[in-house]
Ligand binder design. Structure first.
Ligand SMILES: Cc1cc2nc3c(=O)[nH]c(=O)nc-3n(C[C@H](O)[C@H](O)[C@H](O)COP(=O)(O)OP(=O)(O)OC[C@H]3O[C@@H](n4cnc5c(N)ncnc54)[C@H](O)[C@@H]3O)c2cc1C
Length: 423
């Protein structure tokens, strides 16, 4: 289907996070460039003056390329709280400072709610109609009715196609599963997350953290956690933990570890506010169908170990917009979106292997060996930096660094470490 066939059509976007805004901005751009007269209506239920989307607020490369080059969006200077220059990774009872050359782009810490507010305003300025109301139900076309009906807290909309950018909102995932007759199925597994925001002064942050994110893979003695992190901002730090069975007690246990407390101001547990959230642990099913596709977290395509959910949401939003405009709105046309996003989905698989390898490495002690090697071996250092910072795809990391010579070195060093440990 050519662009002309969607001339004058209405696209409804459910959700105004990075996925929804990315879709809206790209659709409005394409509509202008190709004179399509598209009507883009974006529904966002939260008021970003008071409500927020869960996040540590780290924008990783290629965020600038996505925003500036693909969407024509320039982030205002005051949105940046800090540029991040490296990661101190704790794993396998060892630690290492990982610093990259930043050729692939810079990493920034921002306040997520300010980013969301700004990005939504860009969608509106770009030409999308933003409706500050929740979508409560959807009826896809049936028996001669040609439009999709979206019912909202502020009325209803008749649209030609719907983009599901609702993140992991349980209510909306249920609505979408019902509306698509079970063709869309939410991600089958989650990582549960807990976040605390700790106010402190800039001098403390400079002294104890600097512009470094402290990352803890499989924090010791807390089996429910896959990882935890401390992220420095302007006048506060964010601590977050994640794991499939993570509980709030695991967050408190993490905050009590000496290797974590060393980088935090004195805390009183009673005064801490804890935020609970989740990110997808498995892909969703049926990301496209007749008159709909989903983007961002709702696809479940996020890389294991958290990695760049904002980027993935924006990237899938752009791909969704381009698919609709280039191909049309029926299920065969929208399936092209799955082809466009293949690289992303493939990386999910590589990321899953990486997670299993890391877990096995933690259990056997090999992860500690890898960290020790990274201090003297540039290739191992770069592979770790790429994985932790999200600079490279997991696929690139496997194909570039997992070469027989490097793997043989890891095994040799591991055997030597074990012998030393026994003697
Ligand atoms: C603890 C934690 C820390 C994270 N840290 C980072 C990080 O540092 N960097 C990073 O890149 N990623 C991070 N992520 C992941 C990132 O937050 C998500 O991947 C990203 O926000 C996904 O964007 P999205 O647009 O798909 O969904 P969301 O950002 O969840 O946006 C969905 C939007 O849809 C709206 N909505 C839902 N239902 C309806 C409805 N029925 N009607 C109208 N509106 C609706 C919601 O209000 C919401 O605003 C983190 C995630 C968690 C849980």
């Amino acid at each position: 289907m050519a662009s002309g066939d969607i001339r004058g059509k209405t696209v409804a976007i459910v959700g105004g996070g990075p996925g929804g805004c990315g879709t809206a901005i790209r659709l409005a751009q394409l509509s202008r460039e190709r004179d399509l007269g598209l009507r883009v209506v974006l529904f966002e239920g939260k008021d970003f003056e008071h409500h927020y989307n869960q996040c540590a607020g780290v924008l990783s490369p290629p965020i600038e390329e996505l925003l500036q080059d693909r969407l024509g969006v320039e982030l205002p200077y005051d949105i940046y709280k800090r540029q991040i220059f490296g990661y101190r990774l704790h794993a396998g009872k060892k630690e290492i400072l990982l610093v990259g050359d930043h050729k692939g782009g810079a990493t920034y810490a921002v306040r997520r709610v300010v980013f969301d507010r700004f990005f939504l305003s860009c969608a509106e300025k770009g030409g999308a109609e933003v409706s500050h109301s929740r979508v409560t139900a959807i009826d896809f076309p049936k028996k001669g009715r040609d439009n999709v009906f979206l019912y909202t807290e502020g009325g209803m909309l008749k649209a030609d196609v719907v983009v599901g950018a609702f993140g992991l909102d349980d209510g909306m995932m249920s609505v979408f599963e019902t509306a698509t007759g079970g063709k869309y199925r939410r991600p089958g597994d989650y990582m549960h997350t807990f976040v605390v925001k700790i106010a402190t002064d800039r001098a403390f942050i400079e002294k104890k953290l600097g512009s470094i994110i402290y990352a803890y893979l499989f924090p010791p003695g807390i089996p429910n956690l896959d990882f935890g992190a401390i992220t420095p901002k302007g006048d506060h730090v964010i601590v977050n933990v994640a794991g499939r069975r993570a509980t709030v007690e695991d967050m408190f246990a993490f905050l009590s570890l000496d290797i974590v407390r060393d980088h935090l101001p004195p805390l009183s547990r009673d005064s801490l506010e804890v935020y609970r959230g989740k990110f997808p642990g498995k892909p969703a099913r049926g990301a496209t169908g007749d008159r709909y596709l989903v983007v961002g977290d709702a696809t479940g395509w996020m890389r294991p170990f958290k990695g760049k959910g904002i980027n993935m949401a924006i990237q899938t939003g752009i791909q969704a917009a381009e698919t609709i405009v280039d191909h049309g709105t029926d299920s065969a046309s929208l399936r092209k979106y799955e082809e466009r996003s293949r690289q992303l989905r493939d990386d999910y698989l590589y990321g899953s292997w990486m997670r299993h390898l890391c877990k096995a490495g933690e259990i056997t002690g090999m992860l500690g060996t890898v960290l020790s090697m990274a201090k003297v071996n540039q290739e191992v250092h770069d592979a770790l930096f790429s994985a932790v910072s999200g600079h490279g795809s997991f696929r690139d990391i496997f194909t570039r660094y997992a070469r027989p010579r490097v793997l043989a070195d890891v095994v040799r060093n591991y055997v030597r470490d074990r012998r030393r440990g026994r003697s």
